[in-house]
Design a protein around this ligand. Sequence first.
Ligand SMILES: [Zn+2]
Length: 221
Amino acid sequence: MNVLLVYLLHKIGDVSAFSTNVDCRFVENSVLFFNPSDVVSCKQTHSDVIKIVDDSMRGTEIADCDALVTNVRKLPLLIRTADCVPVVLYDPCRRVVANIHAGRVGAQKLIVRKTLQLMMTQFGSKTSDIIAAIGPHICGKCYEVDDACASEFGEKYIIGYSSNQKPLVDIALACKEQLVDVGVDSKNIHCSDICTAESKEWPSWRRDKCQERLGTFVMLE
Ligand SMILES: [Zn+2]
């Protein structure tokens, strides 16, 4: 198979520094595997809007969407997070890749499942071929929410209660289940055990109210 998924996580700098062309001066500790001027990013709005990216969008920032899908080679897709869940979907058979921002709202709007469904309808992907990667995110033990939010996720994802009796929700599990429920093999879903709120190396909105973001880049080789 001549398709290779490249999946890499970087800590990137001030989010305001990113405009139409991603400024990768802020990428640390790595040799870039892509040309920074090629990166396609999006103005994330906690929506369930998914965009198919083609070659004409190379180097642009797409307005108002939270998931990017492409079958174009050498076209890096960027999603930015700080506690939210970055989810990459890869179909090695149809040669399609997706990069998803799944925060609380997006997860509740089922953006992960909807992205997979779009890959199926637009590119002919099959759930049995899908490989998923869930990047660093806030873990269930740290993700304290109010009762309304917890019930919107559902009992299944409440893993306990904090010391001040607030529900603790496993948001990554909710994302994973959106894939498993439609037939993705859980063995093909790889989930990072890094908690952004606990690990000072990664940006955490809850911990720091930071301007930094974790950048998840994905590209078909
Ligand atoms: Zn944690």
